[in-house]
Design a protein around this ligand. Structure first.
Ligand SMILES: Nc1nc2c(ncn2[C@@H]2O[C@H](COP(=O)(O)OP(=O)(O)OP(=O)(O)O)[C@@H](O)[C@H]2O)c(=O)[nH]1
Ligand SMILES: [Mg+2]
Length: 412
């Protein structure tokens, strides 16, 4: 090998190392900026929705890879299910940070919970919208197959479906939606419309973001692609900051670049994903009317319904309970005790008791203490006062109870 060729190769090698070093630095910076964003607040629930095979699970894995230290792992199962709607395994898989983060120090940050929804096809009808609603309101339990919901819908209709899922706990209420489509396939317009409708036009409004995968397979200047991107963004109402065109960690990318994701990470894929997820997790995007519940959204809750899932409304006041929350009997006891104390101290004044007590103290016991004076002094004793006080208090409590009973029977 000539000196000139060797120098050329060395130069290229150094160039490559410099580029890789710069990319790694940029990735680190993107990680830091993302962490800055999720330092406070709470971990958001981010749903990945799109038609079958568009790259949802691949994107989900790529996000987790960008967040992790170790590199790529197949946390969300990749594989195109396809087929008829009936055969599609609709289900939801959620990945909280505790499951995917691989470094202790990262747990301090509020990394989002990622929700991968498999198997929605390009359709929009009452059922699809209701299924989306069930998911957005966090009523679909982890790994539950949506085909069960489809069957329930067939036998009991939309109302039956709502009734059933409103009983579930609100476990994973969605805070952000990322609609995913492939840049190489026709857009799923009906599903886009269904998502937009359920996330935007109803009471609880959830911010929508959009991702087009398969960037490696298109020419960005191609007219067809430009039209597709425009349709996608207009269809979902996506400004620049809520849109990402990307390549995910996938076989094609590995083959094309001659380096496997199993051996090393691809910082050039991580960086745009981290920047995008920083936008997704920005707390300035608020869910409007976040407190709205699943079933209440469509109809006023039936106060008599025994199937109401969340008895969050205050229970009707029970008879015998005071408005202030103090039971009636306790209220009466307190009143009786206060009156008793007052009587105990006032009693001597009522009977000119102070004068009598003084005379008793001077003359009894002694020769001047006559029999009638003796009985008067005995009447002034502490025991007598206690008995009278207790009788008085008892009478007040009894009267109070009797009046309360009369009031109740009057109300009934
Ligand atoms: N070339 C290329 N292939 C991709 C890209 N993203 C995903 N793929 C491939 O697309 C295929 C489907 O990807 P998945 O991630 O399983 O798609 P999905 O949307 O989860 O599919 P369902 O779970 O069936 O709804 C896989 O073979 C991926 O390797 C990308 O950006 N570029
Ligand atoms: Mg999938």
């Amino acid at each position: 090998m000539s000196q000139g060729i060797r120098e050329d190769e060395e130069f290229r090698e150094t160039e490559k190392e410099n580029t890789e070093g710069a990319l790694e630095k940029e990735r680190q910076r993107a990680v830091e900026l993302f962490q800055e964003r999720v330092k406070s607040g709470r971990a958001l629930n981010v749903a990945f929705i799109g038609a079958s095979g568009c790259g949802k699970s691949s994107f989900c894995n790529s996000v987790m890879t960008a967040f992790c230290v170790e590199g790529w792992r197949e946390r969300a199962t990749i594989g195109h299910y396809g087929g008829l709607a009936e055969q599609v395994t609709h289900h939801l898989m959620s990945y909280p940070k505790i499951e995917y983060l691989d470094f202790d120090a990262l747990y301090d940050y509020n990394y989002p919970t990622l929700v991968d929804l498999n198997g929605f096809n390009d359709s929009s009808d009452d059922l699809v919208e209701e299924l989306l609603r069930i998911v957005f309101f966090g009523r679909l339990p982890q790994e539950e197959k949506l085909i069960d919901a489809v069957k329930l819908h067939r036998s009991k209709g939309i109302d039956g479906l709502r009734e059933h899922y409103s009983k579930n706990y609100e476990l994973l209420k969605i805070d952000r939606i990322i609609f995913i489509a492939s840049a190489t396939s026709p857009l799923p317009h009906r599903l886009m419309e269904a998502v937009r409708k359920t996330a935007r036009k109803e009471d609880r409004v959830i911010p929508i973001f959009g991702v087009l995968t398969h960037k490696d397979k298109i020419n960005e200047n191609d007219e067809d692609f430009r039209t597709l991107e425009k349709d996608f963004r207009e269809g979902l109402g996506l400004p620049d900051n809520r849109f990402l065109l990307c390549t995910t960690y996938c076989d094609d990318y590995d083959k094309h670049h001659g380096k496997s994701r199993l051996d090393q990470r691809h910082p050039e894929l991580d960086i745009p994903i981290l920047k995008f997820m920083r936008q997704v997790c920005d707390p300035v995007f608020k869910v409007i009317k976040d407190q709205v519940k699943y079933k209440n959204e469509k109809e006023e809750p039936d106060p008599d319904s025994s199937t109401q899932a969340e008895p969050e409304r205050p229970a009707p006041a029970r008879l015998g309970a005071a408005q202030g929350g103090i039971p009636a009997t306790t209220r009466m006891m307190i009143r009786g005790a206060v009156v008793a104390v007052l009587v105990y101290f006032l009693l001597p004044f009522l009977t000119n008791g102070l004068d009598v007590s003084r005379v008793c103290a001077e003359l009894c016991p002694g020769t001047q203490c006559t029999r009638s004076l003796q009985s008067l002094c005995a009447g002034q004793s502490g025991l007598w006062k206690v008995v009278v006080t207790l009788l008085f208090a008892g009478a007040i409590i009894g009267l109070d109870l009797m009046l309360d009973k009369l009031e109740q029977s009057g109300r009934n």
